[in-house]
Design a binder for this molecule. Structure first.
Ligand code: KIV
Length: 302
């Protein structure tokens, strides 16, 4: 199917609310001072909801390891699992920019290995950009050289959980702040199209945002970034854990779904579901034949 057949396809004028969001469009939003909204999604249904709500960027985050697969951290999710979810999200999305998170181990070896894995996300799952954690300047250069847009990710990088000794706010000393600024600039110079800043003081995120030409997308980085991203399950209370300080719950899907499921179970137990209206019925002619005394007698003998 051609994108031009989508109501929000590439045929729409670029200032239309339905215009497909691209990586250059994010930079343009920064230039125009328009905040960028981003959310994670991991399947077709949430992808459709998020896209239809007008979110600019959808990230198939490796956070799926935790919120979808129930793992303790993000380290175990594989490239094949990420590809599987990215393909599902791709099918639900029309307007938003689709970014796939490269999982731990898929770009920590040679640049050639990282490039080969990134190509899989574009070729096999339809990703329009990949996200990688840490100041991997050489890899960013190679990816952008191979026409793969990159979203870089600095600050609290969850794939470094063991090195960091837990999920802790980063860049809290003058030295680490300076290093973060240097890394951010180097990634932008290497061609990164956007930078996720996670778990850093507001002042630091504001300084980097002012410094860089590419947009910053914050999570736990304060309100001065060019955009914001949250994990979908945090937004709608589907995490079964207390929310972090930076999370705002915009809905309670957990309560809604629990109530629906409990109501259904009660109805089944009380034979209140399904009703006659929710049942299929025989056509009149077949019913008459089956209800005729001779058919009933025959059926009894069978
Ligand atoms: O995996 C993820 O969900 C992320 C974002 C929240 C930035 O990396």
């Amino acid at each position: 199917m051609s994108l031009t057949t989508f109501p929000g396809g590439s045929a729409a004028p670029s200032d239309s609310p339905f215009a497909k969001v691209t990586m250059p469009a994010l930079s343009e939003m920064k230039r125009q001072g328009k905040p960028i909204s981003a959310l994670t999604a991991y399947d077709y249904a949430t992808s459709r909801l998020v896209d239809e709500a007008g979110i600019d960027m959808i990230l198939v985050g490796d956070s799926l390891a935790m919120v979808v697969m129930g793992l303790e951290n993000t380290l175990a999710v594989t490239v094949d699992e990420m590809l599987h979810h990215t393909r599902a999200v791709r099918r639900g999305l029309r307007r938003a920019l689709l970014v796939a998170d490269m999982p731990f181990g898929s770009y920590h070896g040679t640049v050639a290995e990282g490039l080969a894995n990134a190509v899989r996300f574009v070729k096999e799952a339809g990703a329009e950009a990949v996200k990688i954690e840490g100041p991997r300047v050489e890899l960013v250069r190679a990816l952008t050289g191979a026409e793969i847009p990159v979203v870089a990710h600095l600050g609290l990088t969850p794939q470094s959980v063991h090195r960091m000794g837990g999920y802790r706010v980063q860049a809290r000393t003058a030295e680490t702040v300076k290093q973060l600024i240097v890394d951010a600039q180097a990634l932008a110079d290497a061609g990164a199209g956007a930078l996720v800043l996670e778990g850093v003081p507001r002042e630091v995120a504001a300084a980097i945002t002012a410094e860089l030409a590419i947009p910053t997308i914050g999570i736990g980085a304060g309100p001065d970034c060019d955009g914001q991203i949250l994990v979908f399950h945090d937004l709608v209370n589907l995490t079964f854990a207390p929310a972090a300080k930076f999370v705002r719950r915009y809905g309670d899907a957990s309560a809604l779904m629990r109530e629906a499921v409990e109501h259904y179970r009660e109805d089944v137990e009380h034979r209140a579901f399904p009703s006659d209206e929710e049942s299929y019925h025989l056509p009149e002619a077949a019913r008459k034949v089956l209800e005729a005394p001779e058919t009933t007698a025959k059926l009894r003998k069978v």
